[in-house]
Design a protein around this ligand. Structure first.
Ligand code: SAM
Length: 399
């Protein structure tokens, strides 16, 4: 059947209609006429793939990635980089309007490294082949390099056969120095050629099923001359350049006389950055190992004006006796809990810096925070280039 694509949805899919029912079409752009086959239908929508392009959009570009058509890792490699930015800006503004009736004027921070920007990738291993899952399936697309991943990861992939693993999954992390930590989950007992891998790569550690098989369970990341211990299982932003831009925004928006509360502080990165400007910083984080790392990170960077606490950040707010001037909120994708948002509202902080990787949960939370706060600045950061994902930073001022 033939369809005319009208616009893009928030996942970068083309939208068309058949008999009034919405159809989501992978790899189809507004203005294109396409012949499709429907592969999924529910009572509300259909999902389809293109079998033939009848007319092409002038915005269509050829993907540089040979695996793009099949691989589920990126969704926007068939348009130019600037068009991906336009897509992300429109997406964020539409979501903010729809869920929070807000219309900020965002400042866009583009990625400096459009390719090879990810310091971590997660891969599947099936019958000895390594790759990503095909879009919406558990079928493997074998890859020998990923345009998003940093060079050290790509170089390792070329020798990944030396791991001798047939089935499982693998996360590869790298740092400023191209060092590598390889985290494997598998039911097998592989005879990994560790020495051969060490000769070719700066291999720091191999973790098998949560246990150190070789080397160390962490490495040191350096960003803007600051040192961060990063354990194999701790959260760390995946894009070094955009992380540094995030640090810049934190510093620009904190003053020297402020007491800052960093909720969801992870391994302490933003607390440490904030402490360079603020009088005092408190960080609260729920993962024990991350709190341990944050204490070490504070010491490594000679920061003495920070206290880290283990626990739920959103109930933990009430335990801080000092008057808080600024709250940094950097929650996981699902945003704040219901109690958490009320506790933040009750905190009387004059400023909130909300960092979010999901504009839907950000909008939901802003819809509550707007009872007492106005948006002063709004930034869109291209942390995840050529995917539909987007990072936002919102600076809120109390009325
Ligand atoms: C998006 S990460 C941000 C970490 C840190 N700000 C950074 O930039 O590296 C979110 C962090 O929130 C933590 N977390 C999740 N739920 C939490 C909760 N209820 N209380 C405290 N921390 C939580 C996670 O363990 C994770 O470290």
């Amino acid at each position: 059947m033939e369809l005319n694509i009208i616009r893009l949805d928030h996942h970068g899919r083309g939208i068309a209609f058949i008999d009034g029912k919405i159809v989501f079409v992978d790899n189809a752009l507004p203005g294109e006429k396409v012949k499709v086959e429907v592969f999924r239908e529910t009572s509300k929508y259909k999902e389809a793939r293109v079998v033939e392009y009848i007319t092409l959009s002038e915005k269509r570009t050829k993907s540089k990635c040979p695996f793009y058509e099949e691989c589920g890792g990126c969704q926007l490699r068939h348009i130019s980089y600037d068009d991906t930015i336009e897509f992300k800006k429109n997406k964020v503004l539409e979501i903010l309007k729809k869920y929070a009736d807000l219309e900020p004027k965002p400042e866009i921070i583009k990625n400096k490294n459009r390719e090879y920007y990810r310091n971590k990738i997660e891969l599947q291993i099936k019958d000895g082949s390594i790759g990503f899952y095909k879009k919406r399936s558990h079928e493997l697309v074998e890859i020998d390099r990923c345009l998003n991943a940093e060079e050290a990861i790509n170089s390792f992939l070329l020798n990944a056969n030396l791991l001798h693993i047939n089935n499982g999954n693998m996360t590869i992390k790298t740092n400023y120095n191209g060092e590598l930590i390889v985290v494997i989950n598998s039911d097998e007992e592989p005879e990994i050629e560790i020495e051969a891998l060490r000769e070719k790569h700066k291999l720091v550690g191999i973790i098998l099923n949560g246990k150190v098989l070789f080397g160390s369970n962490h490495f040191i990341e350096i960003i803007d001359d600051m040192f961060f211990k990063e354990s194999f299982d701790s959260f760390f932003q995946i894009n070094r350049y955009i992380n540094s831009e995030l640090f810049r925004l934190i510093k620009e928006n904190i003053n020297s006389d402020e007491t800052v509360l960093d909720l969801c502080s992870g391994v302490g990165t933003l607390s440490i950055i904030a402490s360079q400007k603020a009088k005092k910083v408190y960080g609260i984080e729920i993962v024990e190992n991350a709190v341990r790392d944050s204490l070490i990170n504070a010491r490594m960077n000679k920061r003495e004006n920070i206290s880290f606490m283990l626990g739920d950040a959103f109930t933990g707010i009430k335990k801080i006796k000092d008057k808080i001037d600024t709250i940094i909120l950097d929650p996981p994708r699902n945003g704040l809990s219901k109690d958490g948002i009320i506790n933040v509202l009750d905190s009387e902080a004059s400023k909130i810096i909300y960092i979010s990787c999901d504009p839907v949960t950000l909008s939901r939370d802003l819809n509550v925070l707007k009872r007492k706060y106005d948006i002063e600045k709004f930034y869109i950061l291209d942390m995840f280039s050529y995917t539909y994902h987007v990072e936002c930073v919102c600076i809120l001022k109390r009325r």
